[in-house]
Design a protein around this ligand. Structure first.
Ligand code: FES
Length: 174
């Protein structure tokens, strides 16, 4: 190989290597900008609401907070007041109580008393009904409802859908 063509060949090889290096750096930079998978996962959770059974309280975790979920039976729906119904999350024709399981007084986790159909906060005695409405002070308001979006039979916690926005606009949740 002549000296000039060898130099040309080496130049192309070095150029290609430098190009690959630049692409590698860009990929690495992009990765460092993206949220970590754990952060992404903590932001949203998708719940398949079809698996829940009537009147059974299930506690899930979302953004390190307990989330109370309870599917309402036909009998429970018949007994409800308008205010209680306004808090229902309706997914695929079924109604659920969905609430952040932290007392709105100072943040203790209320316990569900199935026989009384109410939540009791042992810290200072506040109670909430099975819809999450406050029934006894000192809690200043009902249990908060986490932002949600309905997608078929799934509920995506952490995304704002029109149903949650309406609740917020109507002062049902913060
Ligand atoms: S934290 Fe629940 S009543 Fe005080």
């Amino acid at each position: 190989m002549k000296e000039s063509s060898r130099r040309g060949f080496m130049g192309k090889v070095l150029g290609a290597v430098a190009g690959l290096g630049a692409i590698g750096s860009l990929v690495a930079m992009k990765k460092s900008w993206d949220p970590l998978p754990s952060v992404k996962a903590a932001g949203f959770i998708t719940l398949d609401m079809s698996v829940y059974v009537d009147n059974e309280l299930v506690t899930k975790e979302w953004r390190k907070k307990p989330i109370f979920i309870m599917k309402k039976s036909a009998e429970a729906l018949k007994k409800q007041t308008q205010e209680q119904s306004a808090r229902d999350v309706v997914v695929d024709g079924n109604s659920y109580m969905v609430a952040i399981g932290l007392c709105t007084h100072l943040g203790c986790i209320p316990a569900y008393k199935k026989a009384e159909e109410e939540f009791l906060c042992a810290c200072h005695g506040a109670t909430f009904d099975s819809s999450g409405q406050v029934t006894k002070l000192p809690a200043p308001r009902g249990l908060d409802i986490p932002p949600f979006k309905i997608d078929g039979s799934n509920l995506i916690l952490g995304e704002v859908g029109p149903e949650w926005q309406k609740m917020k606009d109507n002062g049902i949740t913060l």
